[in-house]
Design a protein around this ligand. Sequence first.
Ligand code: C2E
Ligand code: CA
Ligand code: CA
Length: 745
Amino acid sequence: MKYRITGFKRSFGIILAAVLAVAVGSVVYWQKVTNRLAIDARQSIVIVSRELTENFERLLGAELQVLTALSVSLEEPAALDSKPQLITYLNRQNRRNSFEMTGVQFPDGETVFSNGQTQQNFLSKEEEATAYEHSHYVSSRRKDPFSKKDILVLAVPLRANGEKLGLVFATQPVVFYEQALASSSMHGEGLSFILTKQGDIVISYPEVPFDNLFDFSQKAVFDKGLSAEQMRRDINFGKEGLTGYSVNGNHRFSSYRPLAYNGWYGLSVLPTQSMAEKAQELMLMSLVLCLSIIAVLVVLLIFILRLQYQSSKALYKMGFVDPLIEGDNLNAFRMKFAKAEQGLKEKGLPVALALVNVNRFKAVNDIYGFEQGDQILKQVAEALQTGLEEGELFCRSGADVFLLLLACPDRDELGRRLDALLDRAGRFCRTGGECLPLSLTCGVYVIDEDVPFYIMMDRANLAWASAKQHAGRSCAFYDEAYRREIVNEKRIESSMEQAMLNGEFRIYLQPKCDFKTGITRSAEALVRWEHPEKGLIPPDRFIPVFERNGFVLKLDLFILEESLRLLKRWLEEEKPVVPIGVNFSRLHLEDPSFIETLSSMADQYGVPHSLLEIELTESVVFGNLERMKQVIDGLHEKGFSVAMDDFGSGYSSLNVLKNLYFDCIKLDKEFLAKGEGNPRMRQVISGAVEMIKGLGSSIVAEGVETKEQAEFLSRIGCDMAQGYLFSRPLPAGEFEKRLQDETKK
Ligand code: C2E
Ligand code: CA
Ligand code: CA
């Protein structure tokens, strides 16, 4: 099924596109996040290095201030006079501040420490000079002479009235500063350095296994556009800066800023790896989220597709599959029709549409039940289907109707093929070993015109209807003449009501005469349609149509009423009166109030019932004997006489007549025609007449046209003649005149 494949292809495409979009999105997202994090890392390292330098400067500044305050307190000349006193003082001060040790170095180089020790030239002459020049001095890293710890020495000049009295100094272990640096080390992830301009490490946190950063940075691989040289140059010129490099494959950002002391630098290092790890973690989380969303979407999509597939399958089944034969229905047939037709035509074969119907299938259902009925239909369908050739189509279009699209190389050939096919399909039907007398009828339209499908169906249907009308034919081909006939029938139907209102139906009377004298003994009322455009239409053209649509019921009563009106007038005017025979269609027999209606109408006009003869045709009589007997008895009870019309036209059984009493039997004109020049037939006719006479019915011979006929009929015992030899059917006025003329004679 095509719809299914395209649906899956489309969905697969959607899934693929979604996965691709997510992949591309992930890559772009990855890059963006990495870039963003790199920018963030750079920004934060700059901030960290600023923090580092500021903290360190603030710390040194504060320590130098403390030292300055100490120097001010020592400016009193007396304070320096006694060494033991000075040491005691320093010692006391020392306990108040955070220094390891304090001391004074006199201009002569003598150095006194708060621990009571003395030394010569603890600070060199250059250091002393620097301290005087800048009013303060911070030393490089050096060893404490007593504890051997790494320390820094801070010094400020000691002056009194402009006179240099020496230097006040303090020592502070490097560890102390390291702790101060720890706060700027980004929670232990980064590194903080205080460097000299030459790259020598003054302080680092945490400790590192090298002394000079510039030396170390020779091993690093710098980012594009950056170099160790540039960093060195920046630091030389007192510029702040930012650099990036990798050591052993680990990337780092580093920011450096000059410090206000000794031309030193504060430098912070931050490994980007931790950033990348964060990014990766973020990415991974995003990816997991994306994948779960995709997974949910895919599951949803599959679910929707499944649902869609199931519902379209169900819809297809509902719309295109016949539930009984589990094959194509009319919709499917129509869908495939154009292509199949084209295919057959391409083989150079004319194409025909055949409609097959099981005759009287309702009876099969009634007798065997629906279940068996269904089984039979299935078998018929199977048989028809197996008769198909390549490229031909088959469907069940309705209850017991099947359609076939067939190749039609030749009408006769197709006719034979279909006859055989229908025969086989009919024979197949066995239920419980019993074979049903199943017959099928088929209408064929050889497609000779480019008309819509429904018109083809109509034509095949028309052909079928015509096959059905002609008993004994199982197959009929559509032809134009038949169609015109049907169109004509439709026209008749559409104008009949109005014709009745317009009084276009007229009563004609045909005399039934005495053979010898030719005198009118009674009459038959016959209808004529005086059409304003088409002229006089004979009843054979419209009565069958009216029989089919039921209008004949109305028409018969109208002719009855016209007859009653005539009789009434003749009686009133005391004119010669004869009984009138009125034709009644078999349809009246289904009306339980038929007899009552006739009786009350006759009474309404005050016409004696004996003046009416009810003509019922032979085929009706043998249709339902039970009902017939009821009707005949009922009519007799009301005083009407009853005639059997068209005797000898069909399946007359003289035996039946023994059970039904007719006042009159009318011999059909065809029956008589058969006797013409046929002595055996004449014998049959005379035998029948004799028998009828024996039953007590009178006999009217219809269609008497010649004297010989009249002679023969009279001789064998017919009572009356109705035929052109005596008179044609006459308009009421002419008939009346004929009666009057006869009485005058
Ligand atoms: P039907 O009842 O057998 O009527 C006799 C038909 O034979 C009439 O044809 C009549 O004109 C015709 N006929 C009479 N004599 C001759 C003759 O010598 N030679 C030939 N060839 N024909 C002759 P019509 O009037 O055309 O009626 C045809 C049929 O129409 C009637 O056959 C009857 O079955 C039906 N019909 C006519 N009027 C009515 C009616 O009012 N109601 C019903 N239900 N059927 C009617
Ligand atoms: Ca008749
Ligand atoms: Ca007749």
